[in-house]
Design a protein around this ligand. Structure first.
Ligand code: PLP
Length: 363
């Protein structure tokens, strides 16, 4: 049985007529930067998330970078985040010469443990970046309460959780700034790189819009040092088509995720724990196994692709040696990094494929 880790070919075939039409309109108009497709997409994702301002940008990484730049994060500042994430989350902090301060995760949700944050807040702490990992939102209420008390800002790294809900509100709408990614393999994926920033704050929105366009407030007038961080019209056109079908895809992802958990009940693996007051979009369906190498090999024998998100926590990465952390500093992140693995996941995974994967895990 042929199983793709993420079935982007099947998705293109499903929406081909609509996508080809939208993209060819961009080609015909030759308006490749900005324009009506971008305006439409931004309006639609603002409505989808219930946030006042949605700003398309070049990637999830740049969304996080622009958020930090808008808050004037600079050398000497500290930003609290999780070591159990993709490097981009902490990379952007370090890129601005600020200091990433890591806090261990909760063993069940794999998201930052809010109860461990307050003791690490100093006079230099400017922000907290929780990651809504694998598609499930972090404990945003607790995090916002801590931030409010100390006058700092929460930026949700929602790169994996676009479409997820938390207490009836959408991911990206849960704190001062939300950042997401449209990397092709994310729940809402472009056909190249892309991302978006969300905020209800008019001032931050207008500053981030300038920052992603070289800090321009009018043509060739530069108010800030910015970057080229724009989302292009072709990607916006494709994303706008996919957004029309996104609710249906989220529902399918949730059904498939829940079905995995049911089928794997007695399989000796730890399935994802989704809290009662929120949903997951299962950007990854990740399980914990004691002997991961053996499990990966067993599945690979049956041509079942798997992946590891993520094999090494950030505090142990060579690039972050200068921060001075050592093995043992974040034991939960380290343990989960050794045991976690992701199974094939897409709205196009069939029941037969899922059963085949589960049988292979049990076998
Ligand atoms: C994918 C991802 C990013 C970066 O997004 P890009 O669009 O690839 O730059 C950042 N944080 C997390 C948690 C991610 O999964």
């Amino acid at each position: 049985m042929k199983i793709n880790f993420i079935d982007l070919q099947a998705q293109y075939q499903e929406y081909k007529t609509e996508i080809d039409k939208e993209v060819s309109e961009v080609f015909t108009s030759a308006g490749f930067i900005g324009g009506p497709k971008l305006d439409s997409f931004e309006k639609n994702i603002a409505a989808f998330t219930g946030v006042k301002h949605a700003i398309g940008c070049s990637s999830g990484t740049d969304a996080l970078l622009l958020a930090l730049m808008a808050l004037d994060i600079k050398a000497g500042d500290e930003v609290i985040t999780t070591p159990f994430t993709f490097i981009a989350t902490a990379e952007v902090i370090a890129f601005l010469d600020a200091k990433p301060v890591f806090v261990d995760i909760d063993e069940k949700s794999y998201n930052i443990d809010a109860s461990k944050i307050e003791s690490l807040i100093t006079a230099n702490t400017k922000a907290i970046i929780p990651v809504s990992l694998y598609g499930q939102c972090a404990d945003m209420d607790e995090l916002n309460a801590i931030a409010d008390k100390h006058g700092i800002t929460v930026i949700e790294d929602a790169c994996q959780s676009f479409g997820a809900e938390y207490k009836g509100k959408k991911s990206c709408a849960l704190s001062a700034i939300g950042c997401t990614s449209f990397f092709p393999s994310k729940p809402l994926g472009a056909y190249g790189d892309g991302g978006a920033i969300f905020t209800d704050n008019d001032e931050l929105a207008s500053k981030m819009r300038m920052l992603l366009n070289h800090g321009q407030n009018e043509r060739y007038k530069h108010k800030y040092i910015g970057i080229n961080g724009r989302l292009d019209a072709v990607q916006a056109a494709i994303l706008d088509v996919k957004l029309r079908h996104f609710d249906k895809e989220v529902k399918l992802r949730q059904e498939i995720g829940q079905r995995y958990s049911l089928l794997l009940k007695d399989a000796g693996v730890t399935t994802p724990h989704v809290k009662d007051d929120r949903t997951s979009v299962y950007a990854q369906y990740s399980v914990r196994v004691k002997d991961r190498a053996a499990m990966v090999a067993k599945l690979s024998e049956k041509s079942i692709p798997t992946a590891v998100h993520y094999p090494m926590p950030l505090h142990l990465q060579e690039a972050f040696i200068y921060l001075g952390y050592k093995e043992g500093d974040f034991p939960i992140s380290e343990r989960v990094s050794n045991e976690i693995m992701s199974l094939p996941m897409s709205p196009y995974l069939t029941d037969e494929q899922q059963e085949f994967i589960v049988e292979a895990i049990k076998g």
